[in-house]
Design a protein. Structure first.
Length: 93
């Protein structure tokens, strides 16, 4: 789980779960996900990643952009995250 620590150092807000690891490992992840352990993601990238992980391509749910209104983005993302099953975080155990 060395990669989880590297991701945490650059993007501590993200739980680097086994699912994300397998997605990256398989080569199916977007190029942006390759950067998770290299540098902090920008607000635009955080928005894009959040949409990819929680909304998908159908876009039936709108996720406010954090640059336009951080509080609305955070509130909307919190609602989406709370609908998911808890994920084990290897960094925080």
């Amino acid at each position: 789980w060395g990669e989880a620590i590297e991701v945490y150092l650059h993007n501590p807000w993200l739980t680097y779960s086994i699912g994300l690891h397998r997605l990256r490992e398989s080569g199916l992840a977007s190029d942006m996900m390759d950067d998770l352990d290299e540098r902090p993601l920008s607000l635009d990238e955080i928005h894009q990643l959040s949409k990819m992980l929680f909304i998908g391509e159908d876009g039936c749910v709108d996720l406010p952009h954090p640059r336009q209104n951080w509080n609305n983005f955070f509130r909307s993302l919190t609602i989406l995250v709370e609908k998911e099953k808890p994920q084990w975080n290897p960094v925080k155990k």
